[in-house]
Design a protein around this ligand. Structure first.
Ligand code: NAP
Ligand code: HSE
Length: 319
């Protein structure tokens, strides 16, 4: 049994706990060989241990100190799904420092401190994995870091925030912005501070993470020229549809060029204009591979937990 310290048990954390309860990673060993060992969530750090959770982890495993969980010798791997910079940074540093692989979905932290944490991970030879931090279930981190490792990536263009895509679509359908955002919150798509979704900061975090992998430059969220969707009104959106375009919060990065997140009216037949609800999509152009498109659920607990579980499977293979 691999003992997991789960930091956070909200939308994503409880979906990870349910996936572990279902034994998702037991289903396929490499080439159909014997199943890998099971994961067990041994400790869970939350703010309020008394709150009801959407999973069946026994109450006595809930504690309030994530840094202590990360350093506990009884924990083999840490899954950080709390969000925010502190105490997540401390917890991840403690885990890596004590030789525990870390899986995180925290783009706010990685957008700002990703280079430092990657160095820490490389220095100690301890994996830090974060597929879930960008575009929910879409395996874009794996595409850039593994599949295209031998190629020269030239350009990334994507819709990286599911909430803003959902809000824009709901507004096209006639809802006002506040109602649309409330729906996104109720469905578990929005950040705890939803201004990160609407002002483009969440997409900027994700673009910085992707650009760092694709171009090998130590960029951070501060390097992204960022404009959100708040200035768009429902009539703007409906007019655009009538003119055969759709507003999308587009994130773009080119090798050696600037990084931008801004609303752009895309032709209706553009692949990123076709994204529905909380979907994310990314077009990656590389020298030899050409242009690849990935698209899928960009937000939501269960789809994001699929990416966390994929990283946990990598941890198993590496150990
Ligand atoms: P959430 O529902 O707000 O859950 C956050 C969890 O972390 C809660 O269980 C909370 O405890 C716990 N927590 C927060 N601060 C803590 C602290 N200082 N000490 C101990 N526990 C703390 O958030 P979420 O939507 O699951 O998102 C979690 C992370 O995944 C964020 O980094 C987010 O950006 C990222 N992410 C989210 C999605 C999505 O679709 N929601 C998709 C991809 C990535 P309480 O429950 O007791 O308050
Ligand atoms: N709030 C984020 C979004 C969650 O809507 O894209 C997924 O990262």
């Amino acid at each position: 049994v691999v003992h997991v310290g789960l930091l956070g048990c909200g939308v994503v954390g409880s979906a990870v706990a349910r996936a572990i309860e279902r034994g998702t990673t037991d289903q396929r060993g490499p080439n159909g060989t014997s199943p890998p060992p099971r994961f067990e969530v041994t400790q869970v750090a939350v703010r309020d241990p008394a709150k009801r959770r959407d999973c069946s982890i026994p109450r006595h495993r809930f504690v309030t100190d994530p840094v202590k969980v990360a350093g506990d010798p009884g924990i083999d791997v840490v899954v950080e799904v709390m969000g925010g910079v502190e105490p997540a940074f401390d917890a991840i540093t403690v885990a890596l420092g004590s030789g525990k692989p870390v899986v995180t979905a925290n783009k706010e932290l990685l957008g700002t401190w990703g280079s430092e944490l990657a160095e820490h991970s490389a220095r100690g030879g301890v994996p830090l994995l974060y597929e879930a931090a960008v575009a929910g279930t879409v395996p874009i981190v794996r595409l850039l870091s593994d599949h295209l490792a031998s190629d020269r990536i030239e350009r990334i263009e994507g819709v990286l925030n599911g909430t803003s895509n959902f809000v824009l679509e709901q507004m096209e359908l006639g809802l006002d912005a506040d109602e649309a955002l409330q729906r996104a919150r109720d469905l578990g798509y929005a950040e705890a501070d939803a201004s990160r979704d609407l002002d483009g900061t969440d997409a900027a975090d994700k673009l910085a993470i992707l650009a760092r992998i694709a171009f090998g430059e130590p960029v951070s969220t501060d390097d992204v020229h960022t404009l959100g969707i708040r200035s768009l009104s429902a009539p703007d959106l409906r007019d655009a549809v009538e003119r055969g375009t759709r507003w999308r919060l587009l994130a773009t990065a080119g090798r050696g060029g600037c990084l931008r997140v801004e609303p752009v009216p895309l032709p209706a037949d553009h692949p990123l204009a076709a994204l529905r609800g909380p979907e994310s999509g990314v077009l990656v152009t590389a020298e030899r591979a050409g242009t690849l498109l990935l698209r899928g659920a960009g937000a939501g607990g269960d789809p994001t937990a699929v990416s966390v579980m994929a990283d946990l499977a990598v941890v198993l293979r590496c150990s």
